[in-house]
Design a protein. Sequence first.
Length: 481
Amino acid sequence: MAVIGADGPGWLTAQLHGPAPALQAAALQATKLRPTADILSDAYAIRQQVQSLRRAAAEHPAVAAAGAAGAAAGAGHGVAVAGSAAAATPDTGAALASVMRLPQLLRPIYIAEVQARLRNAVLTERPLVERLVYFWSNHFAVSIDKQVLLGVAGSMEREAIRPHVLGNFRELLLAVEQHPAMLLYLDNQRSVGPSSELAQRAARRERTLGLNENLAREILELHTLGVDAGYTQADVTSFAKVLTGWSLGGGEGAGPLQAGNTGEFLFRPLLHEPGTQAVFGRHYAQPGQAQGRAALSDLALSSATARHIATKLARHFIADDPPPAAVARIARAFEKSDGDLPQVYRALIASPEAWQAPLAKYKTPQDYLVSIHRGLTLPVDDKPRSIAGFDVLGQRQFAPGSPAGWPDRSDDWDGASALMRRIEFADAVAQRVGGSRAVVELGPQLLGANYSDATRTSLSHAASDAQALTLLLSAPEFLRR
C-alpha cells in the first residue's frame, strides 16, 4: 500500500508505459518453456508412433482391441496400464507405452507454464499488466480438457496474448485466432470448404468432408461482437467458410497435405472455400488467407465489439453489473483509438465509477491465491505442489471447461463451500508461515484503508500468530477486491 500511495489512478496508469513484461528470466531458466511448434512436433511424433504400432498390432485383432481399450483408459486418466493384454504382443505393449508418453510429455510443460505465470504475478512491479494478461487469456479461453492443450495453452498466452496486451486489439485478435492452440481447441484445422478443391476430390471418391463452425461462432459470440450483436446463423456459416484453410503445418503421409512446419500456423489453399462471403453486413472477395484477415480486421473495429469489450472490462475491474456510463466511456475510447488497448485501459482507470465502490468484486480463487503470495511474499518453487492451490480452491489453471472462460461475477465464487475451502487453505498457509509473521502489522499493509475495526479486533484476540494470520486471510475485506 505504501508503494501505491494516495494516487491509485496514477500508479496504475504508469504501469501501462513500455512493453509488456515477458516471463521472469529466472522462471524461464528454472522451467522448460518451449515454443508451441516444438511441443506439437513432439506430440505428433508420439501419436504417429502409436498409430504405427497399432497398425502392426492389428495382425492380432483380439489382443489389439483389448490393448486399444486399455490405452484409451490410461490416456484419459493419466495412469499407466498393465496387464495380460498389454503384454500379449510386443507391438501392443509398445503402443501402450507410447500412449503414456504423451501425458508424460505434456504435463510437466503445463506445470512449468502455470508456475511461470504465477511467479510473474507474484514478483512483478506492474501487477495491472499481469491482471490484463489474465483477463485476455480468459477472454480468449482454451481449455486443457482437450489433451493436447495441456501442453500449449500456456504457450498461447506467452506467444499470442502477452506480447499484444499493451498493443492493438486487432493485432491481438489476429495473433490469437492464428495460434495453433486456438485452432486445435476449436478444430478449425479440420474445417473444409464445401466447394474447396479438397472437398471436390473427396466427392469424386464418394467421401464427404465437412465445414466446422466452432471457431467462427466463438469469434463472433465471445471474442468480438458479443452474443447480442445481431449476427445470424448465416453469418456464422459464411465466416466459417472464410476461415477454411486456417490450419497447421505437418501431417501424415505424403502429397499436398504434408506441408509446412509441424505445429506452426499454415494456410492451406486446398481446404479454403472459394468465392465472396458476406459476414455481418460486409462482403469479402479477397483471395485465400487475406479474406479471413480482412474479416477479422473489420470485426475488431466494430462498434459492437467496442461495447462487448468495454462491458467485459468494466465487469472485471469495476462491478458485476457494469455501470453504463463507464461502459460507454471505455467503448468510446476503443472506437476513437481503433482499438488501441492502452488508451482503452486509461479510460477504464479514469472512470469515476472504478473508485466509488471499493471491494465491489469477490476474488476468484486465482485472485485469492495470487494475493496471498504477493501479500506474504511466498516463493513459487519448481515443485508441482506450488500450484496445487488452484485445484484445491476450484480454479485449475487453463481449465475453464468451455470457450466462454471462467465466470466473472461474485455469485459464481462466493458460495459457502467455496468459502470453507478458502478458510481451510488460509489455515494451512498460516500453520506453515504464521509464526514468522507480525500479523498485526500485516493488516494495514495488505488492506490499507479497507482494514476494518472488526478485523483488527478479531486479530488482537487471536490465540496465536498462526490463528491471527488465518483470520486475516479469511477476512471479508481480504476476500474482496
